[in-house]
Design a protein around this ligand. Structure first.
Ligand code: KIV
Length: 269
């Protein structure tokens, strides 16, 4: 595959068959999407993590479809080579199949997404089938699904006992059978994620699910070290951008107060 070929769901399936790792990141704005795309990520997700890392909500539940569409529009203006995914936020697909199809459609029609992601396994069957019937590719998401925060009683690693592990294996198989093109495996023991990955033809993308998934995803603000409210074990920081920003802001405040900025080179004559 040439570096410039547009990534499609078929590219991702081929990558799995050739055991090539798939790289995915979240993005919420134009500039970040450009930089990620130039770096070579294969998928960009405008995730509902937007709510926590950009909009300041306590969890992902308050995120609205309008908010996802707004940020998707910004990201899609980067015209990424990467496959662009929009996340269906809480209550945009749970209440009715009709809602789900209409809202998934808005992510493509208004936001410029090329596929959608939604949380849940077998109980989402009718919703996923209907979205697929509208020719919208669907990525599944199982394990520690953040929209189920209150049912789980917190952000708890899933699939730790044999019965819940079996259920997740079965859920993943089911999502593949009904036509999802890929599945995010979040917050589960690496051994379970490995077993699921080996049992599927479609690629798995892990977050907190160990190294044996077909690909990995991180929330961009976490990996850059911008979002510091909590840092789960699975996050690796590839930068200390938050610290850099804090230093730049402090330097600017001090220089303005001390009359050092603007200097002559920043001034017109
Ligand atoms: O919302 C999000 O960013 C996600 C990823 C962590 C997979 O769902």
């Amino acid at each position: 595959m040439s570096q410039r070929d547009k990534i499609t769901i078929n590219t991702l399936l081929k990558m799995k068959s050739k055991s090539e790792k798939i790289v995915m990141l979240t993005a919420y704005d134009f500039q970040t999407a450009l930089l990620e795309d130039r770096a070579g990520v294969e998928m960009i997700l405008v995730g509902d993590s937007l709510g926590m890392v950009v909009l300041g909500y306590e969890n992902t539940l308050p995120v609205t479809l309008e908010e996802i569409v707004h940020h998707l529009k910004a990201v899609s203006r980067a015209k990424p080579r990467a496959l662009l995914l929009g996340d269906l936020p809480f209550m945009s697909y749970q209440a009715s199949v009709e809602d789900a199809v209409r809202n998934a459609g808005r992510l493509l029609k208004e936001g410029g997404a090329e596929a959608v992601k939604l949380e849940g396994g077998r109980r989402m069957e009718s919703v996923i089938r209907a979205i697929l019937d509208a020719d919208i590719p669907v990525m599944g998401h199982i394990g520690l699904t953040p929209q189920s925060l209150h049912r789980f009683g917190g952000y708890r690693v899933q699939g730790k006992d044999p019965a819940s592990a079996e259920k997740l294996v079965e859920e993943a198989k089911f999502l593949e059978e009904i036509g999802c093109f890929s599945i995010v495996l979040e917050g589960m023991p690496w051994q379970l994620a490995k077993r699921i990955t080996e049992s599927l033809e479609i690629p798995t993308i892990g977050i907190g699910a160990g190294p044996n998934c077909d690909g990995q995803v991180l929330v961009v603000n976490d990996m850059l070290g911008i979002f510091e409210d909590f840092s789960p074990k699975f996050v690796k920081r590839y930068g200390e951008v938050g610290r850099e920003m804090a230093k730049a802001f402090t330097d600017y405040v001090n220089e303005v107060k001390e009359g050092k900025f603007p200097a002559s080179e920043h001034s017109y004559s």
